[in-house]
Design a protein. Structure first.
Length: 735
């Protein structure tokens, strides 16, 4: 049986599906002509021809659809010279019929088993069961994965490229990576650091940081002159005095003033002898002078080496590399500068007093720190330049590492839980599919068995007798149905045996075709298949039929309802579609129904809003009288502007014709201006019988015009003293 129908993007139905859901065994669908009823019947007849529509079968078991509509009439009466014979089970061989009934019961049990297994597998309508559990599981994992995407998207957009705008694709990528990703697992901080370069703007090669050679200036610290007491020669006459004074530096400094004072002692102002001058010369001999020059050279070299170092550091700072800590380098430069300044002071002190022993501040530590800063910067630059030259490969590697981080750090527990549950569900699905497959094989065997039994006890004669009996009982004496010459088909003949098909009226053709369809429901067009379970769709069966024929058609159809309610026969579900209010009232009549629909039936309306077909479900029979249906159209907020004017006219015609004498001109005088023209437009149809669009003052109506018409429509009832009737019909919902 059909559980639901989705109709979209066909005929006048919109692209967003209109749905008939929670269908029961008996389903009534009412709608005016051209609203889409026949589309529904064609969809059920051949769902594969409607790509954007869907028919959901209970348990996935598709029953044989038997559809009576215009297509059936056309193919069986208008296009064929003969009707195919309807084979039904004969009643003479009771044993065979009993075997068929037993086999049919067994087949029904197999089908019931398949439906139950299918329901466990995929629920009602294919969206539940274990497959539904998997869908829920997938949705849960999709949400979990998407949260990780949102968490890291700003940092790793490039790694997520192609999966950033679709939750399902992102989840599927996670599952794919979980199977194949063998990348190294990096810490988040390292991934972020690499991403800044690899995932950032396309980088360029960076120049290395120039090296600074600080070793020469460090070497000065070990110069032996620093610890040497530089004094004069001790075997000259003046040496004893200098030694006694213990300060050759003082004498050396005084010698400068002595020589400048023309050998007059700068202290006592006495003229000295030549021997004294020679003693001074001998005391400060070549060795002393050599050591003094060594001190001078040390100062010069130390100053030059330090200046060079500071120039190199200044160049690095003026054009800083992003791979070096410039602030740290500045701190070390300042520390180096302070140490070198101290050392220069000590060297100059040594120069002034050569006999002193001095020790320079070591700059080894600060030199090591500076070298380390520059070395680390160059290592980073080397790595950067290597990445630049292999950017494509590096991006691929880092992308895989990002996914690896999500798999191992963020999603490991969730994926493990998901996979365990997915494996259990898949195992259950495999088991159910195997059981369904096995039951399906049993079903085919049983169907073949029934088919062979049916072939042994079938005949087309009961259908001939049944149709002719109904034709005669309703006064169709001029023609009947008979076996064709091939003995497997029917033909329509006159009493004298001549062909009657070409001379039948449309009403007669339709009635005969319906009777043929009715008997086909209980049989088959071949020698087997008459016990196959089926659903029945009957679309407007009373077109061009008289009221007495309408009655017999509705009676035959209600007989189908009785069989369905009692579980008799092969018909498991029926759809009745019509636009005829009287037929609908007749076929839906059930004295056991109180207010709402009974449990085995549903009620539907198919209507057009503008040019779009809509399907509405109702809890009770929505069609009570055609008059109430007209008022229902007036009350709908999405009423059609194309038909609303004629709807108002038909209401006025129905009501005021029943009411009796009505002075149209007297009421007309109570209106003025444009409202009077609208009044005449509404009543001209009643007075003159004009049913043509060109008689209207307004060919089409927009929303504003409709509002004016509705205002005048209401005023007609009020000004004629029937306002209470208007209020009653507008306030009481006929649905």
């Amino acid at each position: 049986m059909i559980e639901s129908i989705q109709i979209a993007d066909v005929a006048t139905f919109p692209s967003i599906p209109e749905t008939l859901s929670d269908l029961s065994t008996i389903n009534f669908i009412f709608g005016a002509n051209a609203t889409g009823k026949t589309t529904i019947s064609r969809l059920i007849a051949n769902e594969n021809s409607f790509a954007n529509c869907k028919v959901n079968w209970k348990g996935g078991t598709r029953l044989q659809p038997m559809v009576y509509n215009h297509d059936f009439i056309e193919s069986n009466i208008n296009q064929c010279t003969e009707l195919k014979g309807v084979f039904t089970l004969g009643e003479k061989n009771k044993g065979l019929i009993s075997k068929i009934d037993e086999a049919k019961d067994e087949l029904d049990k197999i089908i019931d088993k398949i439906e139950k297994l299918s329901k466990t597998l995929q629920g009602d309508g294919g969206a539940g069961g274990i497959k539904g559990d998997i869908a829920i599981l997938e949705a849960e994992l999709t949400e979990i994965c998407w949260e990780q995407k949102k968490k890291y998207d700003d940092r790793f957009q490039v790694a997520f490229k192609g999966y950033r705008n679709d939750t399902k694709n992102f989840k599927d990528k996670i599952l794919e990576e979980s199977k194949v990703n063998s990348s190294a697992l990096l810490a988040l901080a390292e991934l972020e650091k690499k991403a800044k370069t690899i995932f950032g703007p396309v980088p360029i090669n960076e120049n290395s940081i120039p090296s600074i050679d600080i070793d020469p200036i460090i070497a000065h610290e070990a110069n032996s002159i620093l610890k040497k007491r530089v004094i004069g020669k001790e075997d000259v006459n003046i040496a004893a005095m200098i030694k006694k004074l213990g300060n050759s530096d003082w004498v050396k400094e005084g010698r400068r003033f002595y020589n400048a004072n023309d050998k007059v002692c700068p202290f006592c102002q006495q003229k000295t002898k030549d021997e004294f001058a020679q003693s001074l010369i001998d005391y400060f001999d070549d060795a002393f002078e050599k050591d003094s020059r060594t001190i001078d050279d040390l100062i010069t070299n130390y100053k030059a080496d330090s200046d060079q170092i500071f120039q190199q550091i200044a160049a690095i700072i003026s054009d800083p590399s992003k791979f070096i800590n410039i602030e740290k380098l500045k701190e070390e430069r300042d520390l180096l500068n302070s140490k070198i300044t101290v050392n220069m002071q000590r060297l100059r002190s040594k120069q002034k007093e050569p006999s002193q022993v001095v020790e320079l501040e070591s700059i080894s530590n600060v030199a090591s720190t500076i070298k380390k800063l520059l070395g680390e910067g160059n290592v980073s630059i080397f790595e950067h330049n290597r990445l630049v030259s292999n950017l494509s490969e590096e991006r691929s590697t880092l992308t895989a590492q990002v996914w690896k981080y999500l798999l191992e750090v963020e999603l490991k527990a969730d994926l493990s839980k998901y996979q365990a549950k997915r494996d259990r569900l898949n195992k259950a699905i495999v088991s159910l599919i195997e059981q369904i497959s096995s039951a399906t094989v049993e079903k085919k065997k049983k169907e073949n068995e029934i088919r062979e039994l049916e072939k042994q006890t079938t005949s087309i004669q009961p259908t001939i007798d049944g149709i002719n009996s109904i034709l005669k009982s309703f006064g169709f004496q001029s023609f009947s149905i008979a076996k064709a010459d091939n003995r497997t088909c029917y033909k329509l003949v006159r009493a004298d045996g001549t062909d009657a098909k070409s001379t039948l009226s449309e009403g007669e053709k339709n009635f005969v075709t319906f009777l043929y369809f009715f008997y086909l429901l209980k049989g088959s067009e071949s020698e087997s298949g008459m016990t196959t379970n089926r659903i029945v769709v009957i679309d407007d069966p009373v077109s061009r039929l008289d009221s007495d024929i309408l009655f017999i058609v509705s009676t035959l159809i209600k007989g189908l309802f009785k069989d369905i309610r009692e579980g008799i026969g092969t018909i498991k579900q029926v759809f009745i579609l019509t636009h005829n209010v009287y037929f609908h009232k007749e076929v839906t009549f059930n004295r056991k129904r109180t207010n709402g629909a009974m449990k085995e039936e549903t009620f539907w309306l198919v209507r057009k809003s503008g040019l779009i077909s809509k399907i509405e479900k109702h809890d009770s029979n929505p069609i009570k009288t055609s008059y109430e249906l007209l008022w229902a159209e007036i009350k709908k907020p999405d009423r059609s502007n194309l038909t609303i004017r004629n709807t108002m006219r038909r209401i006025l015609e129905n009501y005021f014709t029943i009411f009796g004498r009505f002075e149209f001109d007297d009421i007309c005088e109570k209106f003025e201006g444009n409202e009077k023209l609208i009044y005449r437009s509404l009543f001209s149809w009643l007075q003159e019988g004009s049913h043509y669009a060109h008689d209207d003052l307004y060919m089409t109506l927009d929303d504003a015009s409709v509002d004016i018409y509705l205002k005048v429509f209401k005023a007609i009832f009020e000004k004629s003293g029937h306002g209470a009737h208007y209020d009653m019909m507008m306030e009481n919902d006929s649905n």
